[in-house]
Design a protein around this ligand. Structure first.
Ligand code: SF4
Length: 280
């Protein structure tokens, strides 16, 4: 079997930076807490926790403690609350997500209604929404537009969760345009996501079997898997080599591998090694 690993597989720039920030902070010997997971990958979370960063569900007394803001960012009120409680803040928010925060703030100051294209429950979207003190409209698909909330909206600015599928964004914008007089759109899908999505348009067509590696909690891994599965039904979403079923490769001459943005290279290498072993 010929094995091809997508060039974009492995950590994106923002995840690599966030993990480094977490490990560097832990190394300083201070008490470090993070609200939820640093990124959506269980192995990375474990690595960061082993290094000394504690995952907490809510903020407590922050005296003498550091709060690490995750790659997805956080709402302003969470950061303000942490500072009031005495936490020192270390911000590992990806600069691309920070950029979205700045755009939203600018829309708000210019009097535009803010629309976010993304998954309402995702931490990145919650963080974007929490940058301004005004209601925002969140849309996840063209078939699910909350028209009631858009009544009377004439001026709006759109930003996009960094890991959205470009086709989904285009469909939503096309549906909104006829209804909103002034619609300013900033396509904030990040470059790392765009490259991954571009590669996944050919990988499933050029290979008999495709493995998409990433946590079940990773939204960008899910999107890659969906695109791949649409193009090639022999696409499988695995978290690690342990999930591989040998029957998937019956009669296959080629295997393509890609991963979500928070999947460690080590996990990808283990999958490749495993495939090479069964290949012998
Ligand atoms: S996927 Fe994009 S926005 Fe998200 S952490 Fe990676 S580089 Fe940053």
């Amino acid at each position: 079997m010929k094995i091809t690993v997508a060039q974009s597989a492995g950590f994106c720039f923002g995840v690599r930076r966030a993990i480094k920030t977490a490990l560097d902070t832990a190394r300083k010997g201070v008490s470090v807490e993070m609200l939820g997971d640093i990124v959506h990958n269980e192995d990375v979370v474990q690595q960061v926790e082993t290094a000394g960063v504690s995952k907490v569900e809510s903020l407590g007394d922050g005296t003498g403690k550091t709060l690490l803001i995750r790659a997805h960012g956080a709402a302003k009120n969470i950061v303000d609350d942490a500072q009031r409680r005495g936490y020192h803040i270390v911000d590992a928010t990806c600069p691309m997500v920070k950029g979205i925060h700045t755009i939203v703030d600018d829309f708000y100051k210019r009097g535009l209604r803010v629309i976010i294209i993304g998954d309402a429950d995702h931490e990145e979207v919650q963080g974007i929404k929490g940058q301004i003190d005004a209601p925002v409209i969140i849309i996840d698909s063209a078939g699910n537009i909350p028209w009631e909330n858009l009544k009377g909206v004439e001026h709006a600015g759109v930003v996009v969760q960094s890991t959205q599928k470009v086709e989904n964004v285009q469909a939503i914008i096309a549906a909104l345009r006829p209804h909103i007089r002034e619609l300013e759109v900033c396509n904030t899908i990040c470059k790392a996501t765009a490259t991954r999505q571009q590669e996944i348009k050919t990988l499933p067509l050029e290979n008999d079997v495709v493995l998409v590696i990433g946590s079940q909690s990773s939204a960008n891994t899910r999107r890659l898997y969906e695109i791949s599965h649409n193009l090639n039904p022999r696409s499988y979403w695995i978290q690690s080599q342990k999930n591989i079923d040998l029957s998937w490769f019956e009669g296959a001459a080629t295997v393509g591998i890609t991963s979500g943005a928070s999947t460690p290279k080590k996990t990808i290498d283990e999958v490749v090694r495993f495939l090479k072993k069964i290949n012998r």
